[in-house]
Design a protein around this ligand. Structure first.
Ligand SMILES: [Cu+2]
Length: 118
């Protein structure tokens, strides 16, 4: 009888732990993909400028003829030529993260913005 009770208690504790910890485990493994288009108007178009914090995957395509890159959170893609693509995976903390093209003059001309991690 005593053994059955402790076994039941162990199951109850395990179930409770799962309920408490599962949402955190889910947040850690869920990644958001953001599609980024670079254009010669010296602007970026993002499929979304806001996502839950954590792993964020930026899939960048350069639709311009000038060369562009995409930099955020201390990481950047290689320089992309026309129709060039790159994937940049970053782990973003909660808050605002500025992004930009690092080609001289481009960010100053408007090739920049702010991505918000919620
Ligand atoms: Cu650029």
């Amino acid at each position: 009888m005593k053994r059955t009770l402790s076994a039941l208690a162990a199951i109850a504790i395990a179930a409770a732990a799962f309920v408490v910890l599962a949402p955190f485990a889910g947040a850690r493994t869920t990644a958001t993909t953001v599609h980024v288009t670079a254009k010669d108007t010296l602007r970026f178009t993002l499929s979304t400028k806001k996502a839950p914090h954590g792993k964020t995957i930026f899939k960048v395509v350069n639709k311009g003829t000038l060369r562009h890159d995409f930099a955020i959170a201390g990481k950047k893609t290689k320089l992309l030529g026309h129709n060039g693509t790159a994937t940049l995976t970053v782990t973003l903390s909660k808050g605002k993260h500025p992004y930009k093209c690092t080609v001289p003059g481009h960010a100053a001309a408007g090739m920049k913005g702010v991505f918000t991690s919620t």
